[in-house]
Design a protein. Structure first.
Lengths: 291, 335
């Protein structure tokens, strides 16, 4: 029973971070209609930013959120503005050009990171990295709990932004119907640029929060892109609420499979979920709730 | 008539190639080019013509390669049987995959193929009792000389080009293109889109699987990281298709030639030019540069993906008219 509860706690805490990753992906998905396959790589960049700040300037990872999020916002904006938006005007036979473009961007980011930092594993060791608090015999990793709280706060802020502000409403409008939104006087191209920035900033937050308890190397982006993609499919494409539940489900599934089946299945369970969702619930969790 | 003459001439040149250029290194490169012609044609059939972009060509390639190697290791049948059976195995994989995943459209299908690629690589890594995991499988090469391999690869390349040409000139070809252009319209005209997407996927898988079987026999060693590689097989296949020309018969051939050359230039530091320069001049700068260049081959792929999509979205064959116009314009300006 204790093992079960411990796994449950670990899964939920991790799921909170996954939700943050999935939220960025699903926002981009909703507004642009494409899956951003450079998502995990953007997270990797944020992790390196955090690492550099910690290693050379001694800035605590949680403080460096204030730097990593804006810098990734900028990177996302630049990518959208100079690489993805011009693609709309290119005439080609294949409509999947944009997805392919994000794959290319991901490769470039990974290889540039490899050039600068080599393939060595890096980590950020803080005083709280391996600390834990015990509540009724169940251990809560301090770093993971703080990350979970941050993730919940950021998700809350995001929802407030999407529901209450003008810009947020414009984003939702473009995501519901791009052409109609344009007719209402919304500059869809600018909304796309902003959305890409916000999505990148969210995944940057996830990367920075994860770094104290994780390790870092250039290829780390791939697995996280895959997770983000599974979360988005699981939650229903373009659904923000779905992404939160998708993230929690994936976090729990990974925790339980690595406890009860073995560590090597942790990476595979996401893909199994992906296939099962496609087979039995093609619309994702979104189709169950009709939200 | 003029066109078929050119094709015959090219075929003749390819037939005498290994007897003229006896350097094993160039023969090796040509074998790779011919193998990539087959993979590129397979990719082009499902993606370029039928419009269902395949992000996971490596799954079929890897299945073909593992079939050949496992036939030898588990059943002690010559790995050469793996060449045809690799193609069959790839089709057997394509069948259920297509049945499940053709309910997805556009980018989602592309992502499903990507997921298939990752699933298979994980299985091949984890299932050590069957595949030896990351250790890989060794198959002794049958021939010392490269020439037999060259002719087998040439046969495969010719087969794939002819297959694509014949299919695309038949009734099926029109069905494929109509699915790419507008699936709903095709459906309303009474084309069983799911069935024909399946036919297209199976033909692609056959070609890519055959190439996988050839790879095992020729290279003599496979492991999950090599044959299920996302960058070196799946992305490379897309690049071969796009650089050459999406939806053209000869596009993949040109794309294969260019991409193998690009890969080799980066791997060897400009065909050994940079290391040689470093040695003769003795500048440490050149040595570091050549080291960086040889490490940059994945980076070069990434930059190529971005550049090609932005500036040459339909490939060299597909955009030939606009390239020629640009070249003529440039020449006039120079004169």
């Amino acid at each position: 029973m204790e093992v079960f509860l411990q796994t449950l706690v670990a899964g939920i805490l991790k799921g909170g971070l996954y939700a943050l990753i999935g939220l960025g992906m699903t926002l981009i998905m909703g507004v642009m209609g494409i899956i951003n396959l450079a998502h995990g790589q953007l997270m990797m960049v944020a992790m390196y930013v955090t690492f550099v700040l910690f290693h050379y300037l001694g800035i605590d990872p949680y403080t460096s959120l204030l730097i990593s999020m804006p810098s990734l916002f900028l990177l996302g904006v630049l990518i959208q503005k100079y690489l993805l938006n011009p693609l709309m005007k290119v005439e080609s036979i294949l409509p999947e050009n944009q997805v392919l473009m994000t794959v290319g961007i991901g490769m470039v980011l990974t290889e540039i990171a490899r050039f600068i930092f080599t393939s060595n594993y890096l980590s950020v060791k803080t005083s709280y990295s391996s600390a834990a608090i015990f509540v009724g015999g169940i251990s809560f990793s301090v770093a993971l709990t703080i990350a979970f709280i941050f993730a919940c706060t950021l998700t809350g802020i995001l929802f407030w932004f999407l529901i209450k502000t003008d810009l947020g409403r414009s984003i939702r409008a473009v995501s519901q119907d791009g052409e109609a939104a344009q007719l209402m006087g919304i500059n869809a191209e600018r909304i796309k640029v902003v959305t890409m920035g916000i999505g990148s900033a969210l995944v940057a937050a996830a990367g920075t929060l994860l770094l104290p308890i994780y390790y870092l190397f250039p290829d780390i982006g791939g697995p996280f892109t895959r997770r983000a993609f599974v979360i988005t499919i699981l939650g229903g494409l373009g659904s923000t609420v779905g992404a939160i539940f998708g993230g929690l489900t994936l976090g729990l599934a990974e925790a339980f499979s690595s406890t009860y089946m073995g560590m090597e299945f942790e990476d595979m369970i996401g893909l199994v979920i992906f296939v099962l969702v496609l087979l039995f619930l093609p619309g994702g969790l979104k189709s169950l709730t009709k939200v | 008539m003029k066109r078929s003459f050119g094709t015959l001439l090219l075929l003749a040149v390819l037939l005498v190639f290994p007897w003229v250029l006896k350097d094993a290194y160039y023969q090796h490169l040509m074998i790779l080019v011919l193998m990539w012609v087959a993979i590129g044609s397979g990719w082009n059939l499902i993606s370029g013509y039928t419009g269902q972009v395949l992000f996971g060509a490596a799954s079929f390639f890897g299945i073909g390669a593992y079939t050949a190697a496992l036939l030898l290791h588990k059943l002690e049948i010559s790995a050469w049987w793996g060449l045809p059976l690799g193609g069959v195995a790839a089709v057997l994989l394509a069948f259920p995959f297509g049945w499940i995943c053709f309910r997805l459209r556009g980018p989602y299908f592309a992502l499903a193929t990507l997921a298939l690629n990752e699933i298979l690589r994980n299985i091949a890594t984890v299932w050590e009792s069957l595949t030896e995991g990351m250790v890989g499988l060794l198959v002794m090469q049958t021939f010392v000389s490269k020439i037999p391999y060259y002719y087998i690869a040439l046969g495969l390349a010719v087969l794939s080009i002819v297959l694509v040409d014949v299919v695309m000139k038949s009734r099926w070809g029109y069905y494929f293109v109509s699915i790419r252009e507008d699936q709903d319209a095709a459906e309303s005209l009474g084309i069983d889109t799911r069935y024909f997407k399946m036919v297209s996927l199976c033909l692609s898988a056959l070609l890519i699987g055959l190439a996988g079987g050839l790879y095992t026999n020729y290279m003599g060693f496979i492991d999950p990281k090599v044959v299920f590689s996302l960058h070196d097989i799946s992305i490379m296949a897309i690049l071969v298709g796009i650089v050459g020309g999406v939806g053209t018969v000869y596009g993949p051939a040109i794309g294969a030639f260019i991409m193998v050359a690009v890969q080799e230039v980066f791997r060897t530091g400009g065909f050994g030019l940079l290391p040689a320069l470093g040695k003769t001049t003795g500048w440490p700068f050149m040595t570091t540069l050549s080291k960086y260049v040889s490490e940059a081959h994945v980076l070069s792929f990434g930059i190529l993906v971005i550049a090609v999509i932005l500036y040459l979205p339909n490939g060299i064959v597909g955009d030939w008219s606009s390239i020629r116009r640009a070249l003529i314009f440039w020449r006039r300006k120079a004169a």
